[in-house]
Design a protein around this ligand. Structure first.
Ligand SMILES: [Ca+2]
Ligand SMILES: [Ca+2]
Length: 473
């Protein structure tokens, strides 16, 4: 059980300088700020010669579940096209676990596609959730709209952990399930195309977006009474609270992931929802505290009104968020906001700190450090703004769509794009390019640092990069 003290200790360890720190969730910490104090990571590497490449692991053909690293294990979400077990054939969502030190495959959890098809579970998209790891348990969302808790060590510890003991497959390569919470059965969620939430926790409560949305008609919402956000006890897998402030106003789907932080002395869970609003809740009770509309009132879906896919970032009582649309919808106008989340009620006007409207549609999450905020958009631009005013210092054109987020590690920003380039940029008010490497196929994921290595995923491979490493060919 994680007490506040151990949570604080974990935070101190995670934010300590040097090389030793896991990356146990999307964003590294519950505030989701895409920064790490780690130093000594490579700024150049060469996939052809193997320079600074520690290992490479083969994934499925499409991989959208960003890597997390904890307890010596790296986990990613992908599909089943790199078939590792002939007993589990066909299109499936797959969570794969590898040894952090060597890249050796440890175990996988596979999930058959939902019978309802692409309305709820799009073909070949795999698992698009990043696990949250606490005390040796990994929590993630499957393609079937389930929150799944698994033992990080699987059956490698020779123990069947958790209330679930009747797993059919209990080999070393199989998942040790702790519990499963089915959001379709338990709260009536109807995920549009794919449930993808990367969970976050406060104490014993685990928070997850249900992904509830429209059906294939893009007009009808089959489950308007289903919640957007739920809190589940992470030890028992039982529902604690739920909120449905959106009702039948869902524009499309709900693919944003919640963040947790102390705001004005109140522990809050912050979640961007299907009507394009961001909402803050008292984390333990679920009491709604505030809400903020990320769209101008005269905007019209889908031309100018956006949904929110990026993750809110909590930093010194302010919430930073960009809006945008499903990549399938292409490019368009976007918005970025700084929101004073100490306010209460509808704070669209009263809580506005700044609004940046030179950004295009964005599905990327912010990186914040030293009074600067980095925001990327789907049109391929990386913006560096003043954190307090939202005034731009510089903009860099990547010349390809950006799906992932800028990751600020030490004083270097790492950012991937659809062309497969990972660009490294100096942190600061003046733009300075450090290097650019191509990863061979689209980099939809965000590069993440852990324990002296950089983990970069392309569509079908996961690379561990480290200064001085040499991959033998
Ligand atoms: Ca076990
Ligand atoms: Ca078990």
């Amino acid at each position: 059980m994680m007490t506040r003290t151990s949570a604080l200790l974990m935070l101190l360890v995670a934010t300590g300088t040097g090389l030793s720190a896991d990356w146990p969730m999307w964003g590294g910490t519950p505030s989701r700020n895409m920064v790490s104090p780690m130093t000594g990571l490579p700024t150049t590497w060469d996939l052809k010669t193997g320079k600074n490449v520690k290992w490479v692991a083969e994934l499925g053909s499409q991989s959208y579940g960003n890597p997390v690293v904890a307890g010596g294990v790296v986990m990613i979400g992908t599909n089943n096209e790199a078939l590792r077990d002939p007993r589990q054939p066909g299109d499936r969502g797959v969570l794969m676990a590898f040894r952090e030190a060597t890249g050796e495959f440890m175990w996988q959890a596979t999930f058959e596609k939902l019978a309802s098809g692409r309305a709820n579970d799009w073909p070949f998209q795999g698992i698009a959730s990043s696990p949250l790891v606490i005390d040796g348990t990994a929590y993630f969302t499957s393609n079937r709209g389930q929150i799944v808790a698994v033992d990080l060590q699987g059956f490698h510890d020779n123990e069947n952990d958790g209330p679930v003991k009747d797993e059919k497959l209990t080999g070393k390569n199989d998942p040790d399930i702790i519990w499963i919470f089915d959001m379709l059965e338990e709260v009536g969620a109807f995920p549009h195309n794919l449930a993808n939430c990367s969970p976050v926790a406060d104490g014993d409560l685990l928070y997850c977006s249900t992904g509830n949305g429209q059906d294939e008609s893009h007009v009808n919402i089959p489950s308007p009474k289903a919640p957007s956000l739920i809190a589940v006890n992470r030890l028992t897998g039982k529902l604690v609270w739920e909120d449905n402030s959106v009702g039948d106003r869902i524009l499309h789907g709900q693919w944003s992931t919640p963040a947790v932080g102390d705001i004005g002395g109140v522990r809050q869970v912050v979640h961007a929802q299907g009507d394009g609003w961001v909402r803050g809740y008292e984390a333990q009770s679920g009491k709604k505290l505030w809400e903020f509309d990320t769209n101008p009132k005269d905007s019209v879906w889908p031309k100018t009104r956006n949904e929110v896919i990026s993750t809110p970032v909590i930093y010194e009582n302010v919430v930073y968020i960009t809006n945008g649309q499903d990549p399938e919808h292409g490019e368009g106008v976007g918005h970025a906001y700084a929101i004073d989340a100490t306010r209460r009620g509808d704070i669209t006007t009263a809580g506005l700190v700044w609004h940046f409207d030179k950004i295009r549609r964005s599905i990327s999450t912010a990186a914040i450090k030293d009074g600067l905020i980095y925001l990327a958009d789907f049109s391929g631009f990386l913006h560096c703004l003043d954190l307090k005013t939202g005034k731009p210092y510089w903009t860099h054109d990547m010349f390809a769509a950006i799906w992932g987020s800028p990751m600020l590690i030490g004083d270097k920003i790492y950012l991937g794009d659809e062309d497969g380039d990972v660009t490294v940029i100096e942190h600061g008010k003046t733009f300075k390019l450090v290097s650019e490497q191509n990863m061979g196929s689209s980099v939809y994921a965000t590069p993440v640092p852990a324990n002296g290595a950089l983990f970069v995923m392309n569509r079908n491979q996961l690379y561990a990069l480290a200064e001085g490493a040499q991959l033998r060919k």
